[in-house]
Design a protein around this ligand. Structure first.
Ligand code: SF4
Length: 374
């Protein structure tokens, strides 16, 4: 759910085209989203709702209070709705903590490491640093006992600083962190990690070494996901007659993105914000009008889905990691390679292949694999 495209800061690696637009999701869109998903037969026993894009906390807490209630009402007793919010943490105060606690909201905080790394890219519109206010938000979460983890964007400024980033997490009491590589997508037409595969590998190698020494204090998402992939692989599902390792960015409606006006998309969440000469936009309809599931029968959906499936087939034919990956991220194929039909990208080398290789090396070197924890 993307309650607003607006963001209160202006990170220089941001891929969003409309972060200056002050539009907000209405309660009608919230209600229609869940009702439409239910009437489309898309709700299972659990629905994970991620509030993201722009800065979700620029919408008032009262909006979420009502939205969470509406979603429970519309989902009914057979579907448990769980919420998480991805935030820059600058607006977190006691009332927000109270809302998070009462609704069991999981909070993801965007913080890139210590101030000198973070403030290089994460600035206000007038160029001021944001790290100090982010740390205030983190301390408020900690004082309130709210469960949270961190997401750090890895840029060229991070690559030689793995120790500093791990030390920062340990000192700040951050219990878990995920690393998003600087991606070339949307209005971010370059990445500072182009040509830096070896340095990215060195970065993850050092982070994994450090994390393996303190597993009870710091959980690194990429290491745990890679160990999980190696230990158990991915379940195989059949989609449109294709048997494939389960990948929510390839299965229609496994990941459904809804923007503040009710437009919805499938596959990679970033697609909803983009346009392309071959497809036009990637919205497949609006939750306020017509059943979502009927999008499957439209020409635009078929054009996108056919090419994504062709990209998966290309991965299957060429890539030894396919059974552990399921064909990666369509939006990165489109933005890096110009086509959903492509296979390998820099993004998948740096975020799938490298962590899997490092996890296998760690296992061979004696890292204990506790499958139940992954
Ligand atoms: S790692 Fe890359 S090339 Fe291999 S299956 Fe995944 S997306 Fe395709």
């Amino acid at each position: 759910m993307q309650p607003t495209p607006f963001c209160n800061i202006a990170c220089d690696y941001c891929y969003l085209a409309e972060r200056d637009a002050k539009r907000f999701m209405s309660e009608d869109v919230v209600r229609a989203a869940i009702r439409n998903a239910r009437e489309s037969g898309l709700l299972a026993r659990e629905l994970n709702v991620v509030w993201h894009a722009g800065e979700p906390l620029v919408a008032p807490a009262a909006f979420y209070e009502r939205a969470f209630g509406i979603m429970n009402e519309e989902a009914g007793a057979t579907t448990a709705v769980r919420h998480s919010i991805q935030t820059n943490a600058m607006l977190i105060d006691e009332p927000w903590c109270d809302l998070f606690r009462r609704w069991g909201v999981h909070v993801g905080v965007s913080v890139d490491g210590p101030a000198d790394i973070h403030d290089r890219h994460r600035k206000t519109r007038d160029g001021r640093p944001t790290h100090a206010r982010v740390m205030q938000g983190i301390e408020r979460l900690q004082r309130a006992g709210i469960d949270f983890d961190a997401i750090a964007v890895v840029t060229d400024a991070s690559l030689e600083r793995a120790d500093a980033i791990v030390d920062f997490c340990l000192a700040a009491g951050i219990p878990a962190i995920g690393f998003n590589v600087d991606e070339q997508e949307g209005v971010r037409t370059t990445s500072s990690l182009a040509g830096a595969d070896a340095s990215v590998e060195g970065f993850f190698e050092r982070v994994f070494e450090r994390a393996a020494d303190v597993p009870e204090r710091l959980r690194v998402r990429e290491l745990h996901e890679a160990l999980g992939r190696v230990a158990a692989g991915l379940p195989v599902v059949t989609v449109a007659g294709h048997a494939m390792p389960a990948n929510p960015q390839v299965i229609p409606f496994a990941t459904t993105t809804i923007d503040c006006t009710g437009r919805f998309s499938c596959f990679s969440p970033e697609l909803i914000d983009q346009r392309h000469a071959d497809y036009g936009s990637f919205d497949f309809g609006n939750v306020l009008h017509g059943r979502m599931i009927d999008a499957l029968a439209t020409d635009r959906f078929a054009a996108v889905f056919d090419d994504i499936l062709a990209g998966n087939d290309a991965c299957r034919a060429a890539c030894p990691y396919f059974s552990l990956c399921g064909g990666g991220s369509p939006v990165n194929k489109l933005n890096e390679r110009g086509s959903f039909r492509a296979a390998e990208t820099r993004y998948c080398r740096q975020t799938i292949q490298t962590p899997v290789e490092l996890a296998m090396q760690a296992l061979e070197a004696g890292l204990e694999l506790q499958v139940e924890n992954h």
